[in-house]
Write a protein that binds this ligand. Structure first.
Ligand SMILES: [Zn+2]
Ligand SMILES: [Zn+2]
Length: 261
């Protein structure tokens, strides 16, 4: 029992942290957009309420699923010394700090792109991915609105990488923060970045709400998570959405042509 107790407690703690993180991040951005007068999700208030409550229910279930491998990873690090997460910060780690973040984000993005495309196949879509696309259009609460199988596929990669590729705990914290913030902001129905960024070099490479919104509209394009790299390489990039009506906001981007070949 002495061996298993830290695992059980660590996993339960992590599940709780992921749920609190979800409510803080999704709730915070939902409040921010609402205070700007932006109505994300369906225009009809009854449909919107129904959609948001479904998004929250699925996201709580996903948070519990995400918490399991993440809890095992953290307990493995803190109590058993089993992961590649490092606490020491020498010169080597200082030099590796930024590249480790970039590598983790690139690998996470690659995993997401290919599993996401796979889930859009006719057989898997109905069984696995339809839950996420039931949000039409999505809101900030849809950040973790996944079926259990999709949540499991999303939950596994970073804990697996943390067992294989050395990373400082603070760099891992940055990766998880970027994952959380982008997961929420890409669904919140409003572009938070200035139009000149979104239509400039930043937006050509980095995915923001304008890019992911187009995925939720068209289904068969814009599959990436953080970077447009794979979409552009594979011809699945269809450019950026423009948010209609009140969701235009101050910084809504212009509709741009596909940047894919
Ligand atoms: Zn989405
Ligand atoms: Zn999709």
């Amino acid at each position: 029992m002495d061996f298993y107790l830290p695992l059980i407690i660590g996993t339960a703690q992590t599940m709780l942290i992921v749920i609190v993180r979800y409510f803080a991040a999704s709730g915070g951005f939902a409040l921010w957009t609402a205070r700007r007068g932006i109505i994300a999700g369906p225009a009809d208030p009854i449909r919107r309420r129904r959609q948001v409550s479904a998004e929250i229910r699925w996201s709580i279930l996903s948070a519990l699923i995400y918490g399991l491998p993440a809890g095992l990873m953290l307990a493995g690090w803190r109590f058993y010394g089993l992961t590649a997460i490092r606490s020491d910060f020498g010169l080597g780690m200082a030099l590796w700090w930024l590249p480790s973040i970039a590598l983790y984000l690139f690998l996470h993005d690659s995993w997401f792109y290919w599993t996401h495309r796979w889930m859009h196949g006719p057989r898997l879509f109905a069984r696995v991915h339809a839950v996420h696309h039931a949000s039409k259009p999505p809101t900030a609460w849809a950040a973790m609105s996944f079926s259990p199988l999709e949540a499991l596929s999303g939950a596994l990669l970073i804990p697996v990488l943390a067992c294989l590729i050395p990373i400082h705990w603070s760099a891992l914290g940055v990766v998880l923060t970027i994952a959380t913030v982008m997961g929420v902001t890409n669904h919140m129905g409003w572009e938070m970045f200035p139009a000149r960024w979104v239509n400039g070099a930043f937006g050509r490479h980095i995915i923001t709400a304008s890019h992911h919104e187009e995925h939720h509209k068209r289904y068969n394009c814009n599959y990436g998570l953080y970077f447009r790299f794979w979409d552009q390489r594979c011809g699945t990039d269809r450019g950026l959405a423009s948010f209609p009506g009140p969701a235009m906001g101050r910084h809504a981007p212009e509709l741009t042509a596909s940047s894919a070949a």
